[in-house]
Design a protein around this ligand. Structure first.
Ligand code: GUN
Ligand code: ZN
Length: 427
C-alpha cells in the first residue's frame, strides 16, 4: 500500500452536466491510497494517513495530482512527421502521411516508433491513448506489445483503406475484415489492451469495405469503432461526390452499420443538424483535436454547443496532424478554439475533457480518467510553477482553478514531475 501525497483534484463527473463545483473534489493537502495498482481511496491527507498508518508515503509536496491524461485520438505512426509544413488535409495525407505509413510493414521500424511514441506520451503525462495504426497488422502488434510491456491501457486498431491510397497502403474489403478480426481476437481485452475497428474515413474505403467492417462490428459489439468525420470542407465535398446517395457524411457510416454508441468520431467540426441529432440519439462519442484543427486549418469545433446537446466529447492531440504530444498544449488550444467559437471553457471542463471526458468517449471510465476507488492508479503529478512565466502568474492565484490555469495555457512536459501507470512510477 502506498499513499501518494500532494494537491488532489478529482473531477469525478461531467462538469458540463453537473457544474464545475458539483463535479469536483479538491484537497489542498490530499492523498491517494494505492494498492496493487488500484486506487483504494483518495481525499484528505490526514484522514487517509490515519486510515492507512503503515502505507509507504510518497510525498509530492505541492504538486497537483490528476488522473493520467487520456488522448482519445492519435496516429502513432505519424510521430516522425509531426509539424510538417504547408498542406491541408488531403494533400497533407498524400504528401507526408501516406509515405510515412508505408514504412510500417517493417516490424522493427514499427516497434521503434511505437516505443518512441509511448515515451513521448508518458513524458507528457498521457497514460492512455486511442491510436490508429497503419494497414499493416505488424503496426498493431508493435503498438500493443509496447503498451503491454509498460502496463498501459490503450486502444488501437488496424487502419483499413481500400481506395484513394497509394499502392502498398491498400487492403481489400475481405482482407480488412479478416485481418481486423484476427487482430481483435489476438489482442482485445488482453491485459489493458482494447481493439478498435478502424476504417480510416469514408474517402479511403469502398462501400464494400465499410459494410464488411460494419459486419465485423456487429459480431463484436463490445469493441470500439474509430474513424474520422467532417474534418474539412473539401473532404466533405469529396465524400458527397464518392457517396452521392448519402444524406450527409455521417450517413456514409450509418448506412453500413458504422454508427453506434461505441463509435468514436474524430474531429466532427462541420456537422449538419441531422448529423448532430443522430449522434446525440445514438449516444456516440466525438473527439476534439484542437491543435490539429488549427494546424491543418480545419475549423472550429463547437465543444460547448455539442456538450449542451448531451454528446460525449473527448480531447486529443491527433498526433501527427496535431502539433504537440502534450495534453496541456491541447487543452490550451481547446480553450482558444472555445473563445473563437464563443464560449470560454472553464479549467475544470478542460481538465475533464482530457481525463474523464476522453475516458467516457472510449467507454473506459470504470478503469481510468478519475480517482474512484477501484480505478487503476494511472496518475500524473503536475508542477504548477514549472517555468518563471507560469510561477509568477500562479503566485497571484486566489483559488485552485486560478493556480492551475496558467499551467494549462502555458505548460508543457516541463510541468510533468511524475507519472504512475497502474501504481508503478513510469516517469
Ligand atoms: N482523416 C483521415 N486520415 C486522417 C489523418 O491521418 N489525420 C487527420 N487529421 N485526418 C485524417
Ligand atoms: Zn486522425
Amino acid at each position: 500500500m502506498q499513499l501518494i501525497l500532494g494537491q488532489v483534484l478529482d473531477i469525478w463527473r461531467d462538469p458540463f452536466v453537473h457544474g464545475t463545483c458539483d463535479a469536483t473534489r479538491f484537497d489542498h493537502r490530499g492523498a491517494i491510497a494505492v494498492d496493487q495498482g488500484q486506487i483504494i481511496d483518495s481525499g484528505n491527507a490526514v484522514t487517509l494517513g490515519a486510515r492507512f498508518p503503515h502505507a509507504t508515503r510518497v510525498d509530492m509536496g505541492d504538486a497537483l495530482l490528476l488522473p493520467g491524461f487520456v488522448d482519445a485520438h492519435v496516429h502513432y505512426p505519424q510521430t516522425g512527421i509531426i509539424a510538417s509544413w504547408g498542406k491541408r488535409l488531403i494533400d497533407w495525407l498524400e504528401s507526408y502521411t501516406f509515405p510515412e505509413e508505408m514504412r510500417f510493414g517493417d516490424p522493427a521500424f514499427a516497434s521503434a516508433c511505437a516505443e518512441r511514441y509511448l515515451d513521448l506520451a508518458l513524458a507528457n503525462g498521457t497514460t492512455t491513448v486511442a491510436s490508429y495504426c497503419t494497414i499493416h497488422p505488424q503496426s498493431v502488434d508493435a503498438f500493443f506489445s509496447a503498451a503491454q510491456k509498460r502496463g498501459q491501457c490503450v486502444v488501437a486498431g488496424k487502419t483499413c483503406m481500400d481506395r484513394n491510397a497509394p499502392d502498398g497502403l491498400r487492403d481489400t474489403a475481405q482482407s480488412a475484415f479478416d485481418k481486423s478480426a484476427a487482430l481483435l481476437n489476438q489482442w482485445h481485452h488482453v491485459d489493458r489492451l482494447h481493439y478498435a475497428i478502424t476504417p480510416r474515413f469514408s474517402p479511403t474505403s469502398t462501400p464494400e469495405q465499410l459494410e464488411a467492417l460494419g459486419a465485423l462490428w456487429s459480431e463484436h459489439p463490445e469493441c470500439l469503432m474509430q474513424t474520422h468525420l467532417s474534418e474539412q470542407t473539401d473532404e466533405i465535398a469529396w465524400v458527397k461526390s464518392l457517396y452521392p446517395q448519402a444524406r450527409d457524411y455521417l450517413d456514409t457510416y450509418e448506412a453500413y452499420g458504422l454508427l453506434g454508441e461505441r463509435g468514436v468520431y474524430g474531429h466532427a467540426i462541420h456537422l449538419e443538424a441531422r448529423e448532430i441529432d443522430r449522434l446525440a440519439e445514438i449516444g456516440a462519442g466525438l473527439v476534439h483535436c484542437p491543435t490539429s484543427n488549427t494546424f491543418i486549418g480545419s475549423g472550429l469545433f463547437q465543444a460547448a454547443a455539442l456538450k449542451q446537446r448531451g454528446l460525449r466529447v473527448g480531447l486529443a492531440t491527433d498526433t501527427g496532424g496535431g502539433s504537440s504530444f502534450s495534453m496541456l498544449r491541447t487543452m490550451a488550444a481547446a480553450y482558444e478554439i472555445g473563445q473563437l467559437a464563443g464560449s470560454a471553457l472553464h479549467p475544470c471542463e478542460l481538465i475533464w475533457l482530457a481525463t474523464g471526458g476522453s475516458a467516457d468517449v472510449l467507454h473506459l471510465g470504470d478503469d481510468i480518467g478519475n480517482f474512484a476507488p477501484g480505478s487503476t492508479a494511472d496518475i500524473v503529478a503536475l508542477d504548477l510553477e514549472s517555468t518563471p512565466a507560469i510561477s509568477q502568474r500562479s503566485a497571484r492565484a486566489e483559488d485552485h482553478w486560478e493556480a492551475l490555469f496558467p499551467t494549462i495555457m502555458m505548460g508543457d512536459d516541463r510541468a510533468i514531475t511524475a507519472v504512475w501507470v497502474a501504481g508503478k512510477r513510469a516517469i
